[in-house]
Design a protein around this ligand. Sequence first.
Ligand code: BJ8
Length: 386
Amino acid sequence: MIKPASRTLPEIFESFGEARRNGFLAMKALKDEGRGVVGTFCTYVPVELIMAAGLIPVGLCSTSDETIPEAEKTLPRNLCPLIKASYGFAVTDKCPYMYFADLVVGETTCDGKIKMYELLGKLKEVHVMDLPRTQHKAGSRALWLAEIRALKKILEDRFGAAITDDKLREAIRERNRERALLKELYELSILDPPPLTGLRQLQILFGSQFKFIHQEKVRELEASIKSIREAWQAGERPVQAGAKRILITGCPMGGATEKVVKVIEESGGVVVVYENCTGAKQFDRQVPEDGDPCEALADYYLAIGCSVMSPNPNRLELLGRLCAQFKVDGVVEMLLQSCHTYAVESQRIREFLKERAVPFLSLETDYSAGDTEQLRTRAAAFIEML
Ligand code: BJ8
């Protein structure tokens, strides 16, 4: 049982840092109770539908290189590590979340993932949502709404659940509450100096997705925000005054890519906000709670500013707003190797930030530790120059 008021900051950080590992047991208990599990790979998948069906959504994107050699027996070596690792965990049965998933919901985002889902379909039951590549055309909205209604029907048929409008609205409210709390948490770093390091912030944002009981998660997040704020007000300063304030943009992070945050923070910087799918891209906005719930979900999800959209103005809008709100000194982009959409879009991001006189560094990496010192050299030179 959680006792929010009595938890210390180290306990809070440990709880979220260990959430992925500890969540295995929680999920097994839920499975033993007969709950269905649906795995997802992307922020575009409307998890509210899964929740409204009484099922447990879980993110399956892998963040470690452990199973990449196994994946490379089937997939090309020069493929994004996120895709290789995720597939590798499925082939080797080493990810309990993949193992527990009764159904995997994929999406037509990047080419590598689309084709990987075909192979994954030989190992697991997979449904792929057809995501449009552009947001502004009327046909895009119609297609995406139809895909959302189709997923609703698939979940109802597959799991014998009735997803009523009331249940869907309730799931939207629950998820909105979680989004609002995670946003409140990362907005604590508007304070100067921030009340938590970027590594701690990342671990909470990443770890929160592996806490599966909504009420418990809400209580834990509320308690964490309160404790972090109180510690700062009491004079605790985990981040040195004058540390250069960095925004991270680009591909999703967590696990192996924590190395990027570490080299920044060991070089005199502090990550104050993540614009990527691990952070603000997922939690910045709310799904409208009135009107037709499927239409609300369609509008909300289609507006996500991912580089798979062309053009992608919403990423620029969020990026510009966060740079101002968090008073950042510089932006670091983390690109996963062979992620073509983010790599090509990098030029537009560079120009956008140049127009606003915000220094920019783009770093490409993978899930290995081999390039850590090279990343450190580049991050240190960037921060030195700010
Ligand atoms: S909404 S960022 S979670 S697609 S890094 S697998 S794009 S080659 S993860 Fe993503 Fe959804 Fe967009 Fe977010 Fe492909 Fe790029 Fe790899 Fe990627």
